[in-house]
Write a protein that binds this ligand. Structure first.
Ligand SMILES: Nc1ncnc2c1ncn2[C@@H]1O[C@H](COP(=O)(O)OP(=O)(O)OP(=O)(O)O)[C@@H](O)[C@H]1O
Length: 416
């Protein structure tokens, strides 16, 4: 049924580009999820809708329509995408609820469900490009469903992204090198997601920024460590997902017959949902960049392909301080303007733009932090000044100092 009048409820989660809230259809009383972005970001949702509306699978979240509405508090319009409500939240939420590790019986059935979704998508000519725990939702039928098609590529959709995109931690070697992003890349990301379910952690540990992890994935010969407490079947399944050479990696269709998932039974999924039924929470307070989706705006192949060669380029800040890298996750983070080299005046707000990630928006409040801009860093007219080899680099680095020094970063190529 078409949704004409509806009421927005509380926030279910936030991603890097959208806010997702629960909503109620005023006519039928049914609940659904509404994913909203400001109208200036409409393209992101249009892309997602154009792909989702052609799909029909119990293993893929359903699209129920869209509209444009006005926020009466801010007087701003936003685009809304109506989605099937997944009351179990994301797979990442489920792993957290189960104290950081899913039992293997549940890992098997969740893997089977995600694989079923992937077999369907790949058969439809779609590559998801951003498979990870946060983008797999647990539906009211207790099944795992693939969601968030903002990065997806489709043979048939004119709006679909043709760029390399996704989440660095889950990227396959060929994607990290900027070479290609086809169906094998989803299988690699599935392997990483299995590791997430089994360990509660990202597949690569010990990296402090996305560029080093991309470099490592792309140019070193190793694969993520297989958790040694997994069954032999589980390890064998992972070893087939995590083959570095994409043409040798098993396809989703081959993997669905692997003994690890073949023997899975849906009762583990049902039991998990019944035992721990709670409202989903925001995912944004979790480990910052390791789950962050990147959409590389221009010349992505060139950018990523060059990563191996830029290891000496670094903003010349002293690194002897207690730096932490933060991702803005507050409700009031919005950006409209370009910063000046001298930072904000006492009373004005400094607004930042110039991101490699089209989805990232940050607000910096000069009252909150002591701004240390200028000299040798990136902040000149919003343009990169770090001898970065990307001539059109737009990265904005903002160094701030409070009790703990903080570095806000937008974009990433300059970080190496
Ligand atoms: N249909 C839904 N039902 C319940 N919760 C949802 C639904 N869709 C999204 N969410 C919640 O909102 C979060 C953000 O949604 P989503 O990943 O679609 O946003 P995004 O901005 O596209 O994210 P990304 O940072 O991966 O690009 C999810 O991780 C999940 O917790």
């Amino acid at each position: 049924m078409e949704i004409q009048k509806w009421r927005r409820g509380g926030i279910l989660g936030r991603g890097s580009c959208a806010t997702v809230s629960i909503a109620t259809n005023s006519t039928s009383g049914e609940e659904f999820a509404v994913k909203s972005v400001p109208v200036c970001r409409a393209e992101v949702l249009r892309r997602e809708q154009s792909i989702l509306s052609s799909l029909d699978s119990p293993f893929v979240i359903s699209c129920l329509g869209s509209d444009i509405s006005k926020n009466h508090h801010t007087d701003q319009s936003c685009c809304n995408l109506f989605l099937e409500y997944a009351p179990g939240g994301s797979l990442t939420d489920e792993v957290k609820r189960q104290h950081g590790r899913l039992p293997e019986s549940l890992v098997r059935s969740r893997t089977f469900e995600i694989l079923s979704g992937l077999v369907y998508l790949h058969d439809m000519g779609i590559v998801h490009c951003d498979i990870k725990g946060q983008n797999v939702l647990i539906g009211s039928d207790s099944r795992a469903k693939i969601a968030d098609f903002g990065c997806a590529k489709s043979e048939f959709c004119e709006y679909a992204s043709s760029q390399i995109s996704g989440t660095p931690m889950y990227m396959a070697p060929e994607v990290a090198r900027g070479e290609e992003q086809g169906t094998p890349a989803d299988v690699w990301a599935l392997g990483c997601t299995v590791i997430e379910m089994v360990t509660g952690a990202v597949p690569w540990v010990g990296f402090s920024d996305p560029v080093s992890v991309l470099h490592h994935i792309g140019y070193f010969s190793n694969v993520p460590m297989l958790p040694n407490w997994m069954s032999d079947e589980g390890k064998d399944f992972l070893s087939k997902c995590l083959i570095r050479e994409p043409s040798k990696r098993w396809s989703a269709e081959q993997l669905i017959n692997h003994p690890f998932v073949e023997s899975s039974d849906n009762s583990a999924s049902e039991k998990s949902v019944i035992e721990s039924w709670v409202s989903p929470k925001s995912i944004l307070d979790q480990g910052m960049w390791d789950s962050m989706t990147l959409n590389l705006e221009s010349e992505p192949l060139e950018r990523i392909g060059m990563l191996a060669g830029v290891s000496t380029v670094r903003p010349s800040w002293s690194d002897d301080e207690d730096w932490i890298t933060v991702r803005c996750n507050t409700e009031d983070a919005f950006v409209t303007d370009v910063p000046s080299t001298s930072g904000g005046g006492e009373d004005e707000e400094v607004n930042l733009v110039g991101s490699h990630m089209e989805t990232e928006e940050f607000q910096f409040k000069p009252h909150g932090y002591d701004y240390v801009g200028g000299n040798n860093n990136c902040l000149e007219g919003g343009k990169c000044k770090t001898n970065c080899r990307f001539s059109d680099c737009n990265s904005v680095f903002l160094k701030t100092r409070k009790e703990l020094s903080m570095r806000y970063l937008i974009g990433y190529p300059c970080l190496v």
